[in-house]
Design a protein around this ligand. Sequence first.
Ligand code: SAM
Length: 265
Amino acid sequence: MSASASGDSTPPQASPGFDDLYARIVASAVLKDIWRAAFGSEYPDEASPFSFVTRTDLTALLHGLALDPAHRLIDLGCGCGGLAVHIARQTGATVVGIDTSTVAIAQARALAKHLGLRSRVTFLESDASATPLPSHAFDGALCLDALQMMPKPAAVLAEIARLLRSGGKLGLTTWSFSEPWRGRAVVPDYRPLLEESGFAVLAYDEPDGWKARQLQVYDLMRKRRAELEVDLGATASGLLLDEAENAPAALAKSRRVRIVAQLRE
Ligand SMILES: C[S@@+](CC[C@H](N)C(=O)[O-])C[C@H]1O[C@@H](n2cnc3c(N)ncnc32)[C@H](O)[C@@H]1O
């Protein structure tokens, strides 16, 4: 869900804002209701994303990555693991999810255990720009609605290039910002950065209808402020309502992008 919930000064090593959010959002019926209303059939309910990822995004990225049961995938900024688990079940691939939020990683591990997937889906608390994982260990990588909040996207892309085998593929959804906003890296176009990091860009799309969906989510959050405050408590609802108030103006200066890139052989 959140494009910006961690605020201006969150260090890359920790996600305190996200810990507060993840501690409350999983049980929030109001939040789910808002996403379902704004996204309609585009909401990938079964994967419980905490993001603006749509069903069409997932289909396009999984088609681009062409994962099979022999493949290993890394999901960077995996949140509470719903998407990682969903993709593991859908493709048969082995998945490692990493995130800086302690709470999210604990929830992700509990989900994998609950579904009997612990041998194939594992989670690790780590910064995406410096993981302890071995080089060239993955066939594919995903980074869904998370790169925009990592202060050094070039370092993250270099880390992904290190983790992927030659010819491995990256699926990415994020927002490109053409002006500074709340500490976001200013990257009007990710293609030069990807090329410099050793990737060939296979697909670079602005998803249909993304802005209307996102604005609708913010509109519904503002309208259901009182319910959200009860459902999420003061800290988590404060983070989301701050985004609902302030992010709409920033969307005019940003563009949502869905990318498939391949590490050059
Ligand atoms: C909007 S959520 C998206 C979660 C998930 N990908 C999804 O689509 O449901 C962004 C996630 O990025 C994580 N994150 C932020 N900075 C990070 C970093 N430097 N390294 C790893 N994860 C990070 C946050 O903790 C949060 O869980």
